[in-house]
Design a protein around this ligand. Structure first.
Ligand code: GLY
Length: 300
């Protein structure tokens, strides 16, 4: 059994100019999480820190720099799961929190598992998390993309119009020295999404799952399809009988495509500290490191 950490920075048709920022942002996030694990920190702390790093990086569709909804606002979703206790925390439709993964952590530590919108923001205030103006989350690049979408709205997503152009959701799975597994996911959701639309990312079992008995997973891609097959739980369950996480990740994405025509990606770590990933989109940003490796490997 060894410590391990893997992150993703979204799966999709990541354009050439965005490849280096995605790859290097994923690398930095993995390095931050790895520092925590190597100093004896918990998987939960490592996942939270890695996801914060990507929420703060405008390259990704999470936190600052997220896609705007059709009304020009950022609406954020995030989730965090603790494989030791099966505790889970999630938030959705949050507009005034800089780091929704931090809020998801507070929810995980509370009697609740899922808070949304205004209620989640009230809870944030009660927990001492500052509320910010939504404008602080909107970058000039995303405002420009939103204006283009308003002039020429994207086609609705369906199995017929394979949605590979949305990308940038972030996630992390980690295994710590005590053998605890944690997973987290954070997103701004689809470009120009309907107000109130929620994808897979904050749904426990769909966009995220962890169980010390097996491992953990974080998904990215077309949220409606990922939700329909409850992809993260599907993949974690498939780690049973010591199956190789690389083969399990491939099988999970094949299942997503075959059953619901879904596109996206998944990262996995099993309880032994082995990792795997797969995607059926043109690209997926990811970075990983396991015990014995000299440094983080990143690609996109
Ligand atoms: N996978 C992120 C979303 O669909 O919102």
């Amino acid at each position: 059994m060894g410590i391990a950490l893997i992150v993703h920075g979204g799966a999709g048709a990541i354009e050439d100019h965005a490849v280096a920022p995605h790859r290097e942002g994923a690398r930095r996030a993995a390095q931050i999480g790895w520092q925590i694990l190597t100093h004896g920190g918990s998987a939960l702390d490592a996942v939270e820190a890695a996801v914060i790093a990507m929420e703060d990086d405008p390259a990704f569709d999470a936190g600052v720099g997220s896609f705007l909804n059709c009304e020009g606002q950022v609406e954020l979703d995030a989730s965090l799961t603790d494989g030791r206790t099966l505790d889970a925390g999630a938030v959705a439709g949050v507009q005034r929190v800089r780091n929704p993964i931090v809020l998801a952590r507070r929810v995980l530590e509370s009697e609740h598992t899922f808070l949304i919108a205004r209620g989640a923001e009230q809870f944030a205030q009660e927990k001492g998390i500052a509320l910010i103006d939504n404008a602080e989350l909107r970058t000039p690049e995303q405002i420009e993309i939103w204006k283009q979408c308003r002039a020429n709205p994207p086609a609705p997503r369906s199995a017929q119009s394979i949605p590979i152009r949305g990308y940038g959701t972030v996630g992390c799975v980690a295994v710590d020295r005590a053998g605890n597994v944690a997973a987290g996911t954070s997103t701004g959701g689809m470009k120009f999404k309907r107000v109130g639309r929620v994808g897979d990312s904050p749904l426990i079992g769909a966009g995220v799952y962890a169980d010390n008995a097996l491992g953990g997973a974080s998904a990215t891609g077309w949220g409606e399809a990922i939700t329909r097959v409850v992809l993260a739980k599907f993949a974690v369950d498939a780690l049973a009988n010591d199956r190789d996480p690389r083969a399990v990740a491939r099988a999970a994405i094949e299942h997503l495509a075959r059953r619901v025509g879904g596109t996206g990606g998944i990262i996995l770590a099993d309880a032994r500290g082995r990792i795997g990933f797969a995607f059926n989109t043109p690209r997926m940003a990811r970075a990983s490191i396991v015990e014995g490796m000299g440094e983080v490997e990143a690609d996109c």
